[in-house]
Design a binder for this molecule. Structure first.
Ligand SMILES: CC(C)(COP(=O)(O)OP(=O)(O)OC[C@H]1O[C@@H](n2cnc3c(N)ncnc32)[C@H](O)[C@@H]1OP(=O)(O)O)[C@@H](O)C(=O)NCCC(=O)NCCS
Length: 183
């Protein structure tokens, strides 16, 4: 087993790569549990470009109960290019929550993003979304600052990040993303 791979044990569930035939179910979970929805091509484009960080959680009958979708972005800071993994969307169906699925999806997505060379990982989250904020903080994410009126309904967001490669400093992450936030 590659040293990059972490072992995530989930009773009754399995994390596996997204497949195009999962699209309908992933879009359904996205529509039901998140106000931020995307056209089908956005899911497919992220799958095509970054298949190792687009994952689903599957229940015992093979049903999709959650997903995480990410991409990798490059930023030119302090005369070097750094790669930032961006967690675009994550959701777990309500009746399957608090069983470790969200955490397992994040850990596996981080693994995929590191495999693409990500130096740090970031995401946006509503300031009111305590379950998600606690999940991310538990995984070592920190708040970079507030994204004023980031969401369509006017709610503020937090931009949260985690450095996954020691060659990148907090200052570099700030140079890449700091202009988006208020501190
Ligand atoms: C956020 C979300 C993905 C978490 O999924 P989940 O499978 O329930 O999360 P996990 O069971 O892996 O929880 C891991 C940790 O996160 C924290 N956490 C998750 N849900 C929580 C809640 N409702 N209250 C408090 N802490 C919570 C806990 O620290 C938990 O660890 P613990 O159960 O050992 O205490 C899920 O609540 C969800 O789909 N929400 C709707 C969509 C959404 O908000 N997505 C995030 C957008 S940024």
């Amino acid at each position: 087993m590659s040293p990059l791979r972490s072992i995530v044990i989930l009773q009754g569930y399995r994390i596996r790569p997204f497949r195009p035939e999962d699209l309908e179910e992933v879009e359904r979970i996205n529509r039901v549990f998140l106000p931020e929805n995307y056209p089908s091509y956005f899911f497919i484009e992220n799958y095509r470009r970054f298949p190792n960080s687009f994952l689903v959680a599957e229940g015992e009958k093979g049903e999709v109960v959650g997903y995480v979708m990410c991409r990798v972005e490059s930023y030119y800071v302090k005369k070097v290019t750094i790669l930032l993994g961006h967690v675009l969307s994550i959701a777990v169906s309500k009746r399957h929550r608090r069983r470790g699925i969200g955490k397992a999806l994040m850990i596996k997505a981080e693994e995929g993003l590191k495999g693409y060379g990500a130096d740090a990982i970031y995401l946006e989250v509503r300031v009111s979304n305590d379950p998600a904020i606690l999940l991310y903080e538990g995984l070592g994410y920190k708040k970079l600052g507030i994204l004023p009126s980031y969401y369509a309904d006017g709610e503020d967001g937090y931009l949260m990040y985690k450095i996954v490669d020691d060659s990148v400093s907090e200052e570099m992450v700030w140079d890449a993303l700091g202009k988006r936030v208020l501190r």
